[in-house]
Write a protein that binds this ligand. Structure first.
Ligand code: AMP
Length: 182
């Protein structure tokens, strides 16, 4: 069973790569951002709360995110999962470790997708999501550096994270990722 996490800065291509990997390996693609955006569209309680936070580029609380991910992981009925956009804080990473232990997932692999910040900002401005304007992007990077980067160290200490160059053709990058997680 594949137990994957894709990590990296906003706009580095996590969603695109995770989706391709999920199709090719028959995995559940768990994108926390996509789950929040869907809730926002539906206008439910979570969505109303999340929309404002997302539009600012801030983070939804750890408790909410941990609950969403735990529920999703309990329901896996494919050949595994790929987590995209989570964990985003050290507290989420620690909670996830407990969730993995509880659910018996022991063979976790983390892909660290890397790209230059200027390249990423150009990509984000082209994408045009409601949180892809200059101010929000700047805040998302700040949040990434301040809150999310410790997550990389957390995985590095466990020796389960692999760096992959995220600049290039989508299919080429995808092949490299698939090779790296074999
Ligand atoms: P993404 O699609 O991964 O770029 O996420 C879009 C937005 O959803 C982020 O800027 C956050 O506001 C929120 N979000 C997604 N995942 C998380 C998470 N793991 N923790 C907190 N907020 C999140």
């Amino acid at each position: 069973m594949h137990q994957l996490i894709i990590y990296g800065a906003p706009g580095v291509g996590k969603g695109t790569q995770a989706e391709l990997i999920a199709i090719k390996l028959n995995l559940e693609h768990i994108s926390t951002g996509a789950i929040l955006r869907k809730s926002a569209e539906e206008g439910n309680e979570l969505g109303l709360l999340a929309k404002e936070i997302m539009d600012r580029g801030d983070l939804v609380t750890d408790d909410i995110m941990n609950g969403i991910v735990k529920d999703s992981l309990k329901k896996i009925n494919k050949d595994g999962f790929i987590l995209d956009g989570y964990p985003r804080t050290l507290a989420q990473a620690e909670a996830l470790s407990e969730i993995f232990t509880e659910l018996g997932f022991k063979d976790i692999k983390v892909i660290n997708l890397i790209a230059d910040e200027n390249e990423i900002i150009t990509r984000l401005l082209k994408r045009g999501r409601s949180d892809d304007n200059k101010e929000t992007i700047a805040n998302r990077f700040k949040v990434y550096v301040e809150s999310t980067s410790p997550v990389k160290e957390f995985f590095a200490k466990q020796n389960i994270i692999k760096d992959i160059n995220g600049v290039g053709e989508i299919e080429d990058i995808n092949k490299i990722i698939l090779e790296a997680i074999k």
